[in-house]
Design a protein around this ligand. Structure first.
Ligand code: T3D
Length: 266
């Protein structure tokens, strides 16, 4: 898939094992239209299935990361009598499940405002590297809507139940510095260092034991909704699978030979 294959509003490229997906509607702060959501899902599925891609970097073009639902298209739909029925289920949920189910690390490089479903997108990723000028706004209530795209699930797990309730009910923008204090982001860097910094993390992850990353994500997701006993069982299954990988065999031999391991993702 080349840069244009998923549409001009969502760019896709792979370099050094990192698939970069760029939301590219800077004039509208990368707000999501229906066609853009379809293109984003296509790009994410492509990254999932792309053997060359061992980590995924999600970012926005221009001064915003993503302003959530495109409210112009949304208003047109409301005027035309097209309700919300099924739109979240049809358009947003598959995107979030593809990010969270990605068997490789996903990093959001949050370059500016992440609002509404745009914030949810970032929260669904494994890591969030934020520019110092970035802000998060759980903007749903501001337009009379409730959270979607997983914010009610991801946010309490990142910041705790009480703070998530506050952020979702008040909808006040959260600066990058505050987001770091709250545990909403992995790191905050100067804006002009964001691309290099997020990319360095993605490249590092792309050079790691891809299957073990996938298994770790699976174990964490499973444990969030299961008992200790069930989670121990899941860990045992996942460990059996990891123990069969070339990466595990090679890294174990490298340890004994006092060499730095290299991982091929197999
Ligand atoms: O239908 C469904 O599926 C429902 C699902 C809903 C999920 C959601 O995401 S609900 C939340 C929707 N998003 C918002 O409510 C955020 C709206 N945007 C803002 O609050 C502000 O734009 C920002 C805080 C993000 C940034 O503010 P600022 O002052 O830096 O920029 P701006 O001037 O407001 O925006 C710049 C341009 O982007 C402007 O266009 P213009 O006037 O220059 O032609 C603005 O209209 C456009 N823009 C920003 N956000 C959206 C948008 N256009 C369409 N939809 C947007 N969400």
């Amino acid at each position: 898939m080349d840069q244009q294959a998923s549409g001009d509003h969502v760019l896709y490229s792979v370099e050094e094992g990192v698939a970069t997906i760029t939301l590219n509607r800077p004039d509208a702060m990368n707000a999501l239209t229906i066609s853009m959501k379809a293109a984003l899902l296509e790009a994410l599925e492509h990254a999932r299935d792309d053997a060359e891609a061992r980590a995924v970097l999600l970012t926005g073009a221009g001064r915003g990361f993503c302003a959530g639902q495109d409210l112009r298209e949304h208003a047109d739909n409301l005027d035309a009598g097209v309700g919300l029925d099924n739109t979240v289920r049809a358009h947003y949920n598959p995107i979030i499940l593809t990010i969270t189910g990605m068997g490789k690390p996903v990093i959001a490089a949050v370059n500016g405002f992440a609002a509404g479903a745009g914030a949810s997108l970032a929260l669904a990723c494994d890591f969030r590297v934020a520019a110092d000028g970035a802000k998060f706004a759980m903007a749903f209530l501001g337009i009379g809507l409730a959270p979607d795209s997983g914010a009610s699930w991801t946010l309490p797990r990142l910041v705790g139940a009480a703070k998530a309730r506050e952020l979702l009910l008040l909808g006040e923008p959260v600066t990058a510095a505050r987001a770091l204090e709250l545990g909403m982001v992995t790191s905050v860097v100067p804006g002009d260092e964001l691309t290099a910094s997020a990319r360095a993390l993605a490249v590092r992850l792309a050079q790691g034991p891809t299957q073990a990353y996938g298994a770790t994500k699976q174990a964490l997701d499973f444990s969030a909704a299961h008992s200790l006993e069930d989670s121990l069982e899941m860990e045992a299954d996942l460990q059996d699978a990891c123990a069969k990988t070339e990466d595990h065999h090679n890294a174990t031999r490298a340890f004994l030979a006092k060499r730095r391991p290299t991982f091929d993702g197999r």
